[in-house]
Design a protein. Sequence first.
Length: 78
Amino acid sequence: MATFGKFDSTVVPSEYGKDFMVNTHVTFTVHGKTQTGTITKQLKNSAVVEIDQTRENDQLMTQSNGVVIINYKHMKEI
């Protein structure tokens, strides 16, 4: 029997991702500018990060809806 639209796949983070759990505050670079944010979801090789809004990143917030996907290797925990 088919279960259309019902996907239950567990994502196991890579070795690099084990240090970056959900709700971890991190720093990263987007378009050559350092940003900060909080991990909201772990993926295998990267994480979904909610960007901290500042006066300097208004354009990035508008373009990305405040969310970016960043590779674990390009993040540092704050």
